[in-house]
Write a new protein. Structure first.
Length: 666
């Protein structure tokens, strides 16, 4: 029996001698795009090799969607048959890239010719071979310079050898190579290009009904307009509002999530819909669309944006329930199934049935909600619980919206299993909530952020770090008091390029849980109106503003990929740095993660990562306090008392010669 594998032989290109493998970045075999923001670079690497000893020429091909032709950039050898090249992305939208490689026959000939010349061997035959290659390329490209070079080789003598080994000739031949001889990687890979705020942003969440400066009066959108100056003074560029739509009456939740509300209690904003309208309406008690227009306009004046909550669910009173009962699941008795997460029951919320026989019209209607609010000036959406809706829906919706509005940003609020979170990010979400809130020790933080910033995950997953949310008051914050809030503030704002807080609960270190073991707030704003005194003593507003100013003034903190951890001899201390590519801006952060006690220790800096001399002194300027210190070498002492400030945020600067001379003479 013949067991020899059978291979169908086609034309020459079917068995091209060049192999391209291990292209990076490539997500799931090219199934999903990578992410960049405008003006960022895409560094592409690939293995390209052949049998025998011929040299390989490797090139990067890239184009903007809609363009037919490719731009070609050379890829440099990185050693061991690995090649690398890069291109910068321009406008928002999609770009494509791939890799092309071919045998570099002329460079291979020139390499061997040089060896024969150095060995004083007979060169006539080799010169003839080289001249023939040049003439062939000359005829194909109509490049007269190649014809003149061929003549120089045939003329023989020292001039022929010099001409053959001219580096510029090899480059010219590579540029005039026959593309038919090249092999192209079989996949066109995609990069989605978004605006800068998708990479670098500072979010502030606020309930409009709690925005009133007057105790006893619920807040309105007009109050939010006035509050924008305060939020802007804290350094935030995104004001995120929970749902602002009419709230249902049936099964309305009361104070502290009570199922028996008192008359006049406002209910949960996530129970969307009443006789006043649904997802395309504003709750009458909050104001009008004219009020919303003023809010958006004022935000623009302050270089801020309004983000809205996208919660695809309904109250029992939503107009959709009566008009489209087929969009919801029904129990055996014919009633609509409310939301459940056993043993929890959410009688005030009806989830959509995305698998309804009428799913197409449901999906179209939900997309129209996004388009509606884009029409009212909203370009950022925080998506509530996206992991409870089909992956296919989000891929379809985001692609559809981005085709018309490439500047729209989607934040995924999915505190769920890692693979689900990552899948949502691959499908198109610009940013994603992360597990930061529950990573407290220096070891946990180091391991988690190395995963997010130093593995292929970073190509598609942009974390947005929140120390607290209306749903999350961690045990760390409950037990640690104001110092714990300060710790998490510095960590979130310096570990991540995007971060956010739920305020004013954060500035005022609100840490009362609904009950022992719960992460819900007592007197939660989800179910009642709260009044906040922004001038209250002990507010963290000043340090919040200071940290956001540091972020704006230091480009090193405006991206994630340069994050580098440095060792300490005390596990209560965590030390890490971020730097711009040219090391012109270096930020070194040291945080005491124990909010109860003062800790001291030695940090052991990776000087090479910081671009510092092993012996030379350097200055560290604490941007939180203004203090300046002179350090030298890798090991330096720190001491942090959380009752004062739990962190240093240093900007590093090499010392000048005059500074060193001053020390000497002093």
């Amino acid at each position: 029996m013949n067991t020899t594998p059978q291979t169908a032989l086609g034309p020459l290109e079917a068995w091209n001698r060049v192999v391209i493998e291990n292209v990076r970045p490539e997500i799931d075999g090219g199934r999903f795009p990578i992410k960049r923001t405008v003006a960022e670079s895409v560094l592409v690497e690939a293995d390209a090799f052949t049998d025998g000893h011929d040299l390989v020429r490797c090139e990067l091909l890239y184009r903007v969607e809609g363009e037919s032709g490719w731009t070609v950039a050379p890829m440099a050898s990185l050693g061991n048959d690995r090649y690398g090249g890069s291109f910068a992305v321009g406008r928002e939208g999609r770009c494509f890239y791939t890799v092309r490689a071919a045998l570099d026959r002329f460079a291979s000939w020139a390499r061997d010719f040089e060896k024969r010349a150095e060995a004083a061997q007979e060169l006539a035959a080799d010169l003839e071979i080289g001249a023939h290659m040049l003439e062939t390329a000359c005829r194909r490209s109509n490049d007269a310079a190649l014809g003149r070079a061929a003549a120089a080789l045939r003329a023989g003598g020292p001039g022929a050898t010099s001409a053959a080994l001219d580096p510029g000739l090899a480059v010219r031949m590579a540029e005039r190579a026959d593309p038919a001889e090249a092999v192209v990687y079989p996949r066109e890979l995609c990069v989605v290009v978004e605006r800068e705020r998708a990479r670098f942003s500072s979010w502030y969440e606020m309930f409009p009904r709690s925005a009133s400066p007057e105790p006893g009066r619920p807040g309105t959108l007009a109050d939010c307009v006035k509050a924008l100056d305060y939020v802007s003074s804290l350094g935030f560029d995104v004001l995120y509002l929970p749902p602002i739509h009419p709230i249902g009456l049936r099964f309305r939740k009361g104070r502290n999530n009570s199922t028996r509300p008192e008359p006049g209690e406002p209910g949960s904003p996530w129970a969307i819909g009443s006789e006043a309208g649904g997802h395309k309406a504003i709750a009458p008690e909050l104001g009008s669309f004219e009020d919303f227009r003023r809010l958006v306009a004022r935000a623009r004046q302050l270089d801020m944006e309004i983000a809205l909550d996208l919660a695809f669910q309904c109250s029992p009173d939503h107009p959709y329930v009566a008009e489209h009962p087929e969009w919801f699941r029904h129990r055996p008795d014919g009633t609509i199934q409310y939301a459940e997460n056993p043993p929890k029951k959410y009688q005030d919320i009806y989830p959509f049935d995305f698998e309804s026989p009428d799913w197409r019209s449901l999906w179209e209607e939900l997309a129209s909600i996004v388009e509606f609010w884009i029409g009212h000036g909203v370009k950022i959406f925080r998506v509530d619980n996206p992991h409870t809706k089909p992956f296919a829906f989000w891929e379809w919706l985001i692609a559809r919206i981005r085709k018309r509005h490439p500047d729209v940003i989607f934040l995924s609020e999915a505190f769920t299993r890692p693979k689900v979170m990552y899948r949502l990010a691959k499908l198109g979400f610009s940013q994603s909530y992360a597990y930061f809130a529950w990573r407290n020790s220096s070891w946990e933080l180091t391991e988690y952020f190395r995963e997010l910033t130093q593995t292929p995950i970073r190509e598609f997953f942009r974390p947005n770090l929140w120390p607290n949310t209306p749903d999350i008051l961690t045990e760390y914050l409950q037990a640690g008091g104001p110092a714990a809030f300060a710790v998490r503030l510095v960590l979130a704002a310096t570990l991540g390029a995007s971060w956010g807080i739920f305020g004013p609960a954060f500035e005022q270190a609100e840490n009362r849980p609904a009950r022992a073991g719960s992460e819900e707030y007592l007197e939660s704003e989800k179910y009642q109106v709260r009044h906040w005194d922004r001038d209250r003593a002990g507010s963290l507003a000043e340090i919040v503003a200071r940290v956001n100013r540091i972020r704006r003034e230091n480009r090193a903190l405006q991206s994630d990929w340069s994050l580098h951890f440095h060792s300490t001899d005390n596990p209560a201390l965590i030390c890490y740095s971020k730097a711009t590519e040219n090391l012109a801006n270096i930020i070194l952060t040291v945080v005491n993660v124990d909010p109860k006690f003062k800790h001291s220790g030695w940090v052991d800096l990776d000087l090479n990562a910081l671009g510092l001399d092993a012996e030379g002194p350097f200055q560290v300027h604490d941007l939180l306090t203004g203090a300046r210190y002179f350090w030298q070498g890798p090991r330096n002492y720190v001491e942090l008392d959380p009752r004062v400030l739990p962190a240093h945020v240093f900007r590093l600067r090499l010392r000048t010669r005059s500074e060193r001379d001053f020390d000497y003479y002093a």
